[in-house]
Design a protein around this ligand. Sequence first.
Ligand SMILES: C[S@@+](CC[C@H](N)C(=O)[O-])C[C@H]1O[C@@H](n2cnc3c(N)ncnc32)[C@H](O)[C@@H]1O
Length: 206
Amino acid sequence: MGFYDHHILPRLLNAAMSAKPISYQRRKVVPRAQGRVLEIGFGAGHNLPYYDTAKVERIWALEPAAEMRERSAERRAASTIPLEFIDLPSEKIPLDADCADTVLVTYTLCTIPDVMAALGEMRRIMKPSGQMIFCEHGEAPDESVKRWQRRITPAWKVIGGGCHVGRAIPKLIGDAGFKVLDLETMYLPGTPRFAGFNYWGSASKA
Ligand SMILES: C[S@@+](CC[C@H](N)C(=O)[O-])C[C@H]1O[C@@H](n2cnc3c(N)ncnc32)[C@H](O)[C@@H]1O
């Protein structure tokens, strides 16, 4: 990891994750979290203000990048929910099986290098009665946009900290053994179409 990854990328991610259309998306999904929550790719804690404090008992905030964890300090200070960091990647989660009521993942499945291993871990630690809540960008439905996604991915991965713009999010979730319960999609306004096709919803363990 060089200067760009340590100093420039965390600033860019923090700014991108504060965008208004993304905040609207957070408002749609984060309040659905309840009980013991594992948040994957906690980043700078942008989801924290949207949790329903009456429903959430605690948060395990998994975030491998120290620079991102540091950037969450202000939001953590403003939150009353007990929070514990897991400073590791999600491909191997140091939690017991069946311990989380909710797994929340927003704008992170695009970045995880071994996304199938990570989804397998999310499913392992989720209670049978639990839910996985996701809000992610990924593969666009239009062939012309998909072509752009394929062309731009090699360069975008370098600029965007490993972000793959064209991952088929619902398929990956299903392939990992989850059952998608509800799913909505749209192009986010004010975002380039190749990076702006959003999937959000929930999945069960079965
Ligand atoms: C685009 S940011 C999104 C942050 C946050 N989820 C949000 O919605 O604002 C992606 C995050 O995934 C984290 N990340 C990268 N590799 C990861 C991995 N293997 N497992 C979990 N998180 C990872 C990055 O450090 C970064 O904070």
